[in-house]
Design a protein around this ligand. Structure first.
Ligand SMILES: [Zn+2]
Ligand SMILES: [Zn+2]
Length: 127
């Protein structure tokens, strides 16, 4: 049954993103899923990544000047992006404290999306 194979491949794409928390690109996810299911196509991977991101099961991270990356961590968190190698790292930010601070000015915070750009540890040590 076609439907069964498709839902299995969707499950595989989701699992791959959730177990590789290094914010892989679609290309990397394709390579990883092919190790498990060699019949999966790039189109299927793309389609499922879009669908899963729309459903809120994974996050899509826009990287300026680079390929989109995917994140299995869906709790609110922020990213630090290395401008040399494209590495994406998670970091937490005290959203509550900021919300309280802005609430004193009558502003209601709903979402925080703060990407820091810089140089990662590995790239710094090579420099
Ligand atoms: Zn780097
Ligand atoms: Zn993340």
């Amino acid at each position: 049954m076609k439907t069964t194979r498709f839902s299995k491949q969707r499950e595989l794409v989701l699992k791959t993103v959730q177990t590789h928390l290094v914010h892989p690109t679609a290309q990397e996810i394709y390579g990883l899923t092919r190790e498990v299911d060699p019949t999966i196509s790039m189109g299927t991977v793309y389609r499922n990544l879009n669908l899963l991101a729309e459903q809120g099961k994974i996050l899509r991270i826009k990287v300026p000047g680079g390929a989109d990356r995917y994140d299995g961590t869906i709790r609110p968190h922020n990213h630090a992006v290395c401008t040399r190698c494209g590495m994406v790292m998670d970091y937490d930010f005290n959203f509550e404290a900021l919300s309280e601070q802005l609430a004193t000015s009558g502003f209601k915070c709903e979402e925080l999306n703060m990407t820091v750009r810089g140089t990662c540890k590995e790239c710094l040590s090579k420099a």
